[in-house]
Every structure is written in structure tokens, then in C-alpha cells.
Write a protein that binds this ligand. Structure first.
Ligand SMILES: CC(C)(COP(=O)(O)OP(=O)(O)OC[C@H]1O[C@@H](n2cnc3c(N)ncnc32)[C@H](O)[C@@H]1OP(=O)(O)O)[C@@H](O)C(=O)NCCC(=O)NCCS
Length: 158
């Protein structure tokens, strides 16, 4: 049902900024921490060079219904997978489809031979935290940035 395709800038610029802005509203209550569209699009363009399969739109019948942003990062001197974004539009949430995003991410990270992957989630994003726990993530620590507490969560890859 879902297909995944690499983000194409400028074609997908409007879609990805809309989705990313919405994710900030869900996580932090407003989009003030998002910054401006051009900085975001530049950041994505740079990451696309290194991780073309890590920056994808999730589509159903060619309609974008979600977005994933993945990369490999250093954490405490070790390379780990890192999820910058898991996002589904509202009508696709709460139906178990997020499992497909997890599956995509884990296939991506296995290709980079990392043992684990991490993400950060706002302490107030209760349904996302519940989703991550259901899929085997554990809280590693609490980090505070921009005065907002976030859980850093981790999942080991088998
Ligand atoms: C996080 C997300 C990818 C999970 O995918 P999903 O397919 O919705 O996952 P699930 O269907 O397993 O539901 C996850 C939880 O959200 C709850 N939920 C139900 N309806 C929901 C809705 N309309 N919106 C959000 N969450 C909902 C579910 O009850 C579930 O909690 P439970 O496991 O305790 O029952 C998806 O909800 C999403 O994109 N949310 C908005 C963006 C976001 O918060 N991203 C994470 C940022 S770190």
C-alpha cells in the first residue's frame, strides 16, 4: 500500500516544509522552533547528497501521506542511526501504519551496519512515545534544548 521515494527538491519543497512544520506543532505546540523554509530546505538538500534513501516521502497512490528523515550520526564516539523525523498526515495516524516507517528505517540502518538507532521526542508527545515503546525503544536520557525537555530514545537492531 505504501511506497517510499526520495525527496526531490524543489518539486517536493512545499510538501516537506508543510509536513515538517506540522511535526513541530504536534511536538512543541507551535512552529516557532522550525525556523525558516530556506534553511530547512538547504539542510535537507545537503543531507540528500549523503543519504538519498534516508530522506523519503511516504506515498499512497502517488499522494504524499508521510515523511521520513534518517541519517547516521556520532553519539558518544560511536556511529548510530538517527531518526530526524517520522511523520504521517493525521488521517493515517493511529491505524498501525507507523510500523511500515519503522521497517523502512531499520532496513536503511542495517545497510550502514549500525547496532542501534536513536531519536528524540518531546516529553509531551505522548502518543509518539507510546508508539516508540510499543516498537521496542527505551528512554536513554532526558535532554533539554530550547527549554523543551525531550526524551532521547534508543532501539537495538537485531
Ligand atoms: C508517531 C507516528 C509516526 C506513529 O505512527 P502511527 O501509525 O500513528 O502509530 P500507531 O497507529 O501505532 O499509533 C501510535 C499511538 O498513537 C495513538 N493515536 C491514535 N489515534 C491517533 C491520532 N489520530 N493521531 C496520533 N496518535 C494517535 C494510538 O492510540 C497509539 O497509541 P497506543 O500504542 O498507546 O495505542 C504518527 O502517529 C505520526 O506521524 N504522528 C505525528 C507526528 C509525530 O508525532 N511524529 C513523531 C515525532 S518524534
Amino acid at each position: 500500500m505504501f511506497s517510499f521515494r526520495t525527496i526531490d527538491i524543489p518539486k517536493d519543497s512545499k510538501t516537506i516544509t508543510t509536513f515538517r512544520r506540522d511535526s513541530y506543532i504536534i511536538s512543541f505546540g507551535d512552529e516557532s522552533l522550525f525556523g525558516d523554509d530556506d534553511s530547512y530546505l538547504n539542510k535537507i538538500s545537503e543531507r540528500l547528497i549523503k543519504y538519498p534513501n534516508g530522506l523519503v516521502l511516504v506515498e499512497v497512490d502517488r499522494k504524499p501521506v508521510g515523511q521520513i528523515e534518517l541519517q547516521v550520526k556520532l553519539f558518544e564516539n560511536k556511529e548510530v542511526g538517527y531518526v530526524n523525523l517520522f511523520y504521517l498526515i493525521s488521517e493515517y495516524r493511529g491505524k498501525g501504519y507507523g510500523a511500515k516507517l519503522i521497517e523502512y528505517a531499520e532496513n536503511f540502518f542495517r545497510k550502514y551496519n549500525v547496532d542501534e538507532y536513536q531519536l528524540r521526542v518531546s516529553k509531551t508527545n505522548i502518543s509518539a512515545i507510546s508508539f516508540y515503546k510499543k516498537h521496542g525503544f527505551e528512554v536513554l536520557k532526558i535532554e533539554e534544548e530550547d527549554t523543551i525537555p525531550r526524551f532521547r530514545m534508543q532501539k537495538l537492531l537485531d
